[in-house]
Design a protein around this ligand. Sequence first.
Ligand code: GLU
Length: 430
Amino acid sequence: MAALVQQYLDLIRSEHAGVAEGALASYIPELTTVDPDGFGVSLSSSDGFVYESGDAALEFTIQSISKPFTYALALDQIGQRAVDAKIGVEPSGEAFNEISVDPATKTPKNPMINAGAIAAVSLVPGATPDEKFALIREFYSAFAGRQLEIDPQVYASEKRTGSRNRAIAYMLASFGVLDGDPDDVLDVYFRQCSFNVTTTDLARMAATLARGGINPMTGRRVTDAAVVRRTLSVMVTCGMYDAAGDWVSAVGMPAKSGVGGGIVAVLPGQVGIGVYSPLLDAKGNSVRGVRLCRSLSEQLGLHFLTVSRDSRATLRAVYQPHDNIRVYETHGDLLFCGAEQVVRTVDRGCDDFRVGILDVSRVDDIDDAARGLLSGMSAALRDRGKAGLIVDPDRVVIPDGSEFENIRYATIEQAVDAAQTFIREQFSDR
Ligand code: GLU
C-alpha cells in the first residue's frame, strides 16, 4: 500500500522537476556552487513513516529554517512570558534582514526575521557560546532523530560576511534586547544557520511539530504542546518571508523556508514535509519547493483550513435499550465544539427519557473544556428530575477520585442496570 503514496509523491515531484526559474542565493560563495538541479521531497506521517522522492538524502544548510526551532527552544527553556518580553509575534512586512525593531516596543517584530532569530539565540541558556550551541544542537537533533552536524565552510563564510547581522545584533544590544556579547550571540546564530540537513531530516522535524512535540520516530517528547502551538503560530504568519499571505492561501500549512533552498511544512496532527530545491524566487523561497508544496496541498487535501468534518460526527449513535433510557454513544476526539453538540442533543431529547447514558468508551482523546461540559451533564439532568450516567471504562471524562465517581460505569450493561434500578426506585408508577 505504501507504494501507492510513493507513486503519488514521485508524480507530484516530477511535475515540477522541469522548472528552471529562480536563482541560487549568492550572499556567500558556498551557496553559489550548489547543484541548481537538486530537488528532493520527504513526507513523514504522524506515526513516523517517511516517504522520499528525488534528492532526499542530499545535504544542504538549514539557514533560516533554524529560526522556529531556536525560538521553540527559548520558549521551552525560559517560558513564553520571558520570550515575549524580548520578541514580538507580528508579521513585519519588511525584508528578513531588515535592521529594525518595532517602533513602540523596541523589540524585534517576530522570531522569523533575523533580528528576532538573533534575539532568540541570546535567550537560550548557556554561560558560553559553546554551551548555548550544544543545547541548540541537542534540541534540533532530537527533532530530527539523529545527530546534526554543521557545514564548517558555510559557517566560516557566514561569519566572515555577516556585517548586516552584526549591525542587527549591535542594534539589539543598544536597545537592551540582547544579553551578553553580540559577537558571541552571532557566533551561535551563524553556527545554527550552518547545520546540514536533508529533506528527510526536515520532514522528521516537521512531524515532531505535527505531533505536538513528540518525535514519532524515537517516541521522545522533545518539547511540550504549548511551545509547539506558539511556534506553529508564528510560522503561519511569518514563516515564508514576505509571501506569507500567498502561502497560507495556496498551501495552508505552518512553514519556514531558508535561503539554502529548504522548506519545512507542518500539517498539525497529520504530516511533516521537507522539500529542497536551491533556486529561489525574489522573496527568497525555493521556486520548485513552493510549487511542489502547493501541488501536495491541493492534490492530497492538506490545507489546514479545509473544513473536512462536521462536528456532529462526534455522536456515533443514539438508541433506547429500554423505555425511558436513552444512550448517547460518542467517539473520536472530543473537544469543546463536539461536546457542546452532545450536550445540546441530550438537552433537546430530554423530555423523552428518564435516564440519559453517555457512552464515552470509544472516545480517543478529550480536552478539559469537553470534560468539564460532559461531567456537568448529570447535574443538569438531575435538576430536571432525571438521571445522567456515564460509561467511561478508560476514565477519559471522570478521573479516579472524581466527585462524579458515583455516576461512572465500566460497561453499558452495568449502566443500563443502574438506570433501570433508578427508574424503579424513583418512579413507582411503573
Ligand atoms: N544565514 C542567513 C542570514 O542570516 C540566513 C538567511 C535565511 O535563510 O533567510 O542572513
